[in-house]
Design a protein around this ligand. Sequence first.
Ligand SMILES: [Zn+2]
Length: 58
Amino acid sequence: MTISKFKKVKCLTCNKEFDITLKTKPFCSKRCSNVDLNNWLGERYAIQANEIDYDKDI
Ligand SMILES: [Zn+2]
């Protein structure tokens, strides 16, 4: 009676299946979570990098 106690979901980063009870959900690992985050931030940064000048006179 212990079958299908755990559900499997696919990692958004690497498509590997992992247990849904993992705390890193929806990613299989902290690393994949970071990869996705970096991709997301990286894209935003790339878009804004040309327009923002962080070295203005403070
Ligand atoms: Zn993954």
